[in-house]
Design a binder for this molecule. Structure first.
Ligand code: MGP
Ligand code: SAH
Length: 254
């Protein structure tokens, strides 16, 4: 009798201990997966992009829902407020071609207000990120992603607006006092504009804040009669981020 009592006490203690151990293991597991999540997020936050990570909610307001960027994406994406205002001018338009789609900053905002977006991007990894990000904004059905070189694809593309946000040569673009259009990558601004003109006269260029605005404006003379042009400064929290030049009909509704 005494022996039976003793063994049940031992059993009870074991159950308690097991419960405690299970709880501890759960806590450990949760900590481990939180750490892994943080690491995964941080893995793309190289020293070069730390300052952009601090601006993450300006870049994507839904950042915390699971937005993904690679290094070039971090320093190249158009901040959401700017992308939304660029897109707003074309609300109701038919097909917008985003020639350098990156991780989707502009394509997503165009897709919110236009009928359809063709998003061209040469890097397949970025297309995967952009497509993932478009899902987060619920606009994946309005965007066709195309992996390819815009210069090669341009003769085959049809659209009502072409949006151009090419590489500016990395964050060091600002070392130039006067950013001339020959510094754009992978080809100069003149060649880029001509490729876009094969599609439509309604062309939008997102350019560095130190761009030679006169040189950019002169692109309108590549058309006869010259295209209408509007130059816009793009600010976020009072800081100049870039300059947008609208050529052709900048309030196009199709
Ligand atoms: P920035 O000047 O590198 O950063 O980019 P910021 O926060 O103004 O830092 P500061 O220290 O210069 O004040 C400003 C914005 O330019 C970015 O958020 C992008 O939208 C855009 N941008 C920067 N780069 C290097 C590129 C690029 O190569 N291509 C495109 N399309 N946009 C870029
Ligand atoms: N507007 C985009 C950022 C564009 S950054 C956003 O908001 O996310 C410029 C992009 O052009 C880069 O992702 C780069 O991979 C892509 N690119 C470079 N050369 C290209 C080419 N020839 N055709 C299409 N995309 C190109």
């Amino acid at each position: 009798m005494v022996a039976a009592k003793a063994s049940s006490i031992v059993l009870q203690r074991t159950r308690k201990q097991r419960k405690l151990l299970k709880r501890k293991a759960n806590v450990r597991e949760k900590r481990k997966s939180a750490k892994a999540k943080k690491l995964e997020e941080k893995s793309n936050v190289t020293p070069l992009v730390t300052k952009y990570w601090f601006q993450r909610y300006d870049l994507f307001s839904k950042y915390d829902v699971g937005i993904k960027l690679d290094e070039e994406g971090w320093f190249s994406v158009t901040p959401e407020e700017i992308a939304a205002s660029q897109a707003h001018r074309f609300a109701g338009a038919g097909v917008v071609i985003d020639a350098f789609a990156g991780v989707g900053g502009n394509a997503i905002q165009f897709a919110k207000v236009c009928h359809h977006v063709v998003a061209v991007e040469i890097d397949p990894k970025k297309v995967a990120l952009a497509s993932h990000n478009a899902k987060i904004y619920g606009v994946q059905d309005q965007i066709d992603f195309v992996v390819g070189d815009f210069f090669q694809l341009a003769p085959f593309l049809k659209g009502d607006v072409v949006f151009l946000s090419p590489p500016w040569g990395g964050p060091s673009y600002k070392a130039k006092e006067n950013f001339t259009l020959d510094l754009l990558k992978p080809k100069d601004g003149h060649s880029l504009f001509q490729a876009a003109q094969e599609i439509t006269p309604n062309i939008v260029m997102y350019l560095p804040r130190n761009v030679d605005v006169l040189q950019a404006s002169e692109l309108s003379w590549l058309s006869s009669p010259p295209l209408d042009i509007e130059v816009e400064e793009n600010l976020v929290r009072g800081r100049l981020k870039g300059i947008t030049v609208y050529f052709g009909d900048s309030k196009l509704c199709v």
